[in-house]
Design a protein around this ligand. Structure first.
Ligand code: NCD
Ligand code: ZN
Ligand code: ZN
Length: 361
């Protein structure tokens, strides 16, 4: 073995890239909420992303075509003048969801996917699905019409250790579901474990996973570093370091089955800093800066466009966006919080100076 083997030339000599231009990215997992919160948080997402899948876990949830159309109209009305953002709507599945309503909304291009919340798994999921076998007719219809199923993949049995709930769902529900519905397109949202990434790879012709910025940056220890950090608490909760490293490898691998979904999930400060705090990390304002930093750290900036702007569009059968966004290795401070009425929503990595900035879109 010679010196060249030990110190490959690229590592030794390559000039670091400090500016990258990619097709405008999309965010395939967003919570925008409604009312004043929607108005406050939407500009941050629209500044970074051209399109986004809007989660339907409002109160009450978005379960009908009419409700999805009305919500889409409220989002477009909240968009500041001059900004351009396309909300892609989803249907919240319930035990009594009607396959005909699902198909109608998909054919009328109101919704692009349906969302499975196991009942009780996460924020505003109590009206979700209690029995996967019970919604087989809905899943069969979705399979037939090519409509993707988006999954919050956690088991809901309160006896199961919170750090094992994704694994329990994977073994007890996801793998059997993929076997029962062999043509169904499935996205495992906000993946947090190494093992679920391998299940996705095994089914990659019709299965994908989204990966959040925060799960690439924090592991479960960070939630307790120096004291309880409620703003780092989300579901699925961050796992051990080995899982974070597996997520970084998957995201930066260039594999088409992994793509961007921030799961930006705003809750007002008082709901997070509470005796019983809500799950959700508000990462919209720092999302692209965080992702690009991870790709840079992993030496994979050449794979960033696939993850952020191509793979998700391909999975959903959409064209990539026409415009571009440029990011630069230039320190930029992230806003600490976003004001909503007389309170605020604390931003993930808020008030930190991050090494990369979004310079134009
Ligand atoms: N991720 C979260 O912790 N919370 C999300 C719901 C979800 O995506 O599970 C929310 O709506 O607040
Ligand atoms: Zn979720
Ligand atoms: Zn979410």
């Amino acid at each position: 073995m010679g010196v060249a083997d030990l110190f490959p030339a690229e590592r030794q000599d390559a000039k670091p890239v400090d500016r990258i231009t990619i097709r405008r990215p999309d965010d395939w997992h967003i919570h925008l909420r409604d009312g004043a919160m929607l108005k406050a948080v939407l500009p941050y997402t629209a500044a970074q992303f051209a399109r986004g899948i809007i989660m339907p876990n409002l109160v009450p949830p978005v379960t009908t075509v009419a409700a999805a159309e009305a919500y889409r109209a409220r989002i477009l009305a909240a968009l500041p003048a001059g900004m351009d953002f396309t909300p892609l709507m989803t249907c919240y599945l319930r035990d009594d969801t009607d396959p005909d309503e699902i198909e109608r909304g998909f054919r009328e291009k109101v919704w692009v996917a349906a969302k499975l919340y196991p009942a009780g798994a996460t924020t505003n999921s109590h009206a979700g699905v209690t029995d996967l076998l019970g919604i087989a007719p809905v899943l069969e219809r979705m399979e037939r019409i090519g409509m993707p199923l988006l999954i919050h993949g956690e088991a809901t049995d309160p006896e199961i250790d919170i750090f094992d709930r994704e694994a329990a769902f994977m073994e007890g529900s996801l793998v059997p579901l993929l076997g029962r519905h062999q043509g169904l397109k499935v996205t495992v949202e906000h993946a947090t474990t190494a093992e679920i990434l391998d299940v996705v790879r095994e089914h990659r012709s019709r299965c994908a996973a989204t990966i959040t910025p925060h799960h690439l940056v924090i592991n479960r220890t960070h939630i307790f570093q120096g004291g309880l950090r409620p703003h780092l608490y989300c579901l699925p909760v961050a796992k051990r370091e080995r899982h974070r490293l597996a997520l970084r490898r998957a995201a930066t691998s260039g594999e088409a089955c992994f793509y961007l979904g921030t799961d930006t999930a705003p809750h007002v400060r008082g709901a997070k800093e509470a005796a019983c705090g809500c799950a959700g990390v508000f990462c919209g304002p720092s999302a692209l800066q965080t992702y690009v930093q991870v790709f840079d750290e992993e030496g994979a900036l050449d794979k960033f466009e696939a993850f952020a702007s191509l793979n998700g569009a391909r999975f959903h059968g959409l064209e990539p966006n026409a415009g571009t966004v440029t990011l630069e290795r230039r320190p930029g401070r992230v806003a600490e919080a976003v004001t909503v009425d007389d309170t605020a929503v604390v931003v993930f990595r808020g008030a930190e100076t991050l090494p990369w900035s979004v310079v134009s879109s």
